[in-house]
Design a protein around this ligand. Structure first.
Ligand code: BES
Ligand code: MN
Ligand code: ZN
Length: 503
């Protein structure tokens, strides 16, 4: 997407689709004269309430207005950063539906919004650009092509050009914001593509390849351990989950080191289960296909690290991704098996469908031991119970450090990727006691999200600054949830905001 910042006068903005953002409070006095200047009949305002994301398309009078279509774009009443992003997504999504490739937006009111929303020009522009990437995202690469063709026989390329029309004083900050929004938007797109790729297109080696490509392009280090190295290291959790698979596992390490000395070393651990059938504890077949998204944690770690590298954040980041699928088969692990993890801790596998925590266990211990990070954050589609608790829009999280918890909560509020903290009280550890091993990988009925977190906590070896984020709900929009189903890229922006706070 080519993004251009311009100060040209509004009527002269030459675009196929120009958005004029309005809060509902602005409608009464300001809308009519702005429309008149473009030769748009004020009658259109009868059908426009300026709810966040609402769009009414209008046509300017030729001669008065260079844009061929004008969108009145609603920002809602109070106008929050979330409303602002929602408006951007809605506008870009409409453009894609209309097969429009070049869009523009009027930011002449941005200084007012800076005050209402309480964010800088650069932040608002970045959020809008990010929203345009999000709203225009479609996953169509596996279609044979016929379905996506226009009547003319030519397929739409999506949005190629975004023109931002700003006042002279806001040019520099808008350009800065646009550059950031573009990077975040592109990294979210990468994460969504990985999540949407089904199990027959994305195996553990393919996640490794995606990481290597990103590292090569954006100048950070990527190391991949293959099966023999994983065996030599004794990563018993990852190997146990991989036992039923036809495909070998990988253990991927990303390292981004800034030029200047960094205040913090942050380890990000992402669950990379490329498909979760449940293993011998097989899942029901209904919607099982959605389990191609069980590597969303890995995708968000990769996306956030690429973004941090491209933005040259002054923080030292280690990404750790254990990757495999979870399949049944003659060599698969059985319920009741006892395995020895990388840490030496033995685990009774009460349920082979509680596989995420087994592979994360190895990655957490390895990351802590090898890199001695100041902060460890893992992110995973870990429990269906988290969806029951918080739904499809919000992630649950845990931390043994109140300052880190606060940073993660604030990052969620800022990025729009909302998180809610759950407790790590020791009373929950009762549920994962095992008669035969050190710990059981399932906690029985009740508090499934908490017992999963209590399990992970055993593998951080007493680290005092750890957090676990369960993104089972918001990582994937199931069919019928919204216009665009599938991978959401949730976590990229959240983790990036956390990294900024730790820089
Ligand atoms: N990947 C699933 C969790 C999940 C469920 C993610 C639905 C997204 C949507 C995870 O591996 C799993 O199967 N968890 C089990 C744990 C149980 C067996 C203790 C679950 O949530 O049922
Ligand atoms: Mn599972
Ligand atoms: Zn899983």
């Amino acid at each position: 997407m080519k993004i251009t910042v311009t100060t040209s006068d509004l009527a002269g903005v030459d675009s196929a689709f120009l958005a004029l953002p309005f809060s509902s409070g602005e409608l009464e006095k300001e809308a009519a004269p702005r429309l008149a200047a473009l030769g748009i009949d004020a009658q259109v305002l009868k059908d426009f309430k300026a709810e966040a994301g609402e769009i009414v398309v209008s046509y300017g009078e030729s001669g008065k207005c260079s844009a061929s279509r004008v969108a009145l774009l609603g920002l809602g009443e109070t106008v929050t950063l979330d409303d602002w992003r929602k408006a951007a997504r809605s506008f870009a999504s409409r453009a894609v539906e209309m097969k429009i490739e070049s869009i523009a937006v009027d930011f002449s009111g941005i200084e007012v919004l800076v005050v209402t929303i309480g964010q800088s020009v650069a932040t608002l522009v970045a959020a809008f650009v990010e929203g345009c990437y999000g709203g225009s995202y479609r996953f169509d690469r596996l279609k044979s092509g016929k379905l996506d063709k226009k009547e003319s026989g030519e397929s739409s390329k999506g949005i190629c050009e975004l023109l931002l029309r700003v006042t002279a004083g806001a040019v520099a900050k808008s350009e800065e914001g646009a550059a950031e929004g573009r990077i975040v938007g592109a990294c979210q797109k990468m994460a969504r593509d990985l999540v949407n790729l089904p199990g027959n297109y994305l195996q553990a080696v393919d996640i490794a390849k995606a990481a290597e490509d990103s590292g090569k392009t954006y100048g950070y280090e990527v190391t991949v351990f293959h099966k023999h190295e994983i065996e030599a290291l004794g990563m018993g959790g990852l190997l146990a989950v991989n036992k039923g698979s036809h495909y070998p596992p990988t253990f991927i390490i990303l390292e981004y080191k800034p030029k200047e000395k960094a205040k913090n070393v942050v380890a990000l651990v992402g669950k990379g289960v490329t498909f979760d059938s449940g293993g011998i504890s097989l899942k029901p077949s209904e919607n099982m296909g959605e389990m191609k998204s069980d590597m969303s944690g890995a995708a968000s770690v990769l996306g956030a690290i690429e973004a941090a590298a491209r933005l040259r954040l002054p923080v030292h980041i280690i990404g750790l991704i254990p990757a495999t699928d979870n399949m049944p088969g003659p060599t698969a692990q059985r319920p009741g098996d006892v395995i020895t993890t990388y840490s030496g801790i033995t685990v009774e596998v009460g349920n082979t469908d509680a596989e995420g925590r087994l592979i994360l266990a190895d990655a957490l211990t390895y990351g802590k031991e090898k890199y001695q990070p100041d902060v460890i954050i893992d992110i995973a589609t870990l429990t269906g119970a988290c969806i029951v608790a918080l739904g499809y829009s919000v992630a649950g999280f845990f931390s043994n450090n109140d300052k880190l918890a606060d940073a993660i909560f604030q990052a969620g509020e800022h990025s729009g990727e909302k998180v809610w903290r759950l407790p790590l009280w020791d009373l929950y550890a009762e549920q994962i006691k095992s008669d035969v091993a050190d710990v059981n990988n399932t906690g029985g009925r009740g508090a499934g999200t908490v017992t999963a977190a209590k399990f992970l906590e055993k593998f951080i070896d007493g680290h005092k600054n750890w957090a676990h984020i369960d993104i089972a709900g918001p990582s994937f929009a199931p069919k019928g949830a919204g216009k665009v189903n599938g991978g959401t890229g949730f976590g990229v922006s959240l983790l990036l905001e956390v990294l900024k706070k730790l820089a």
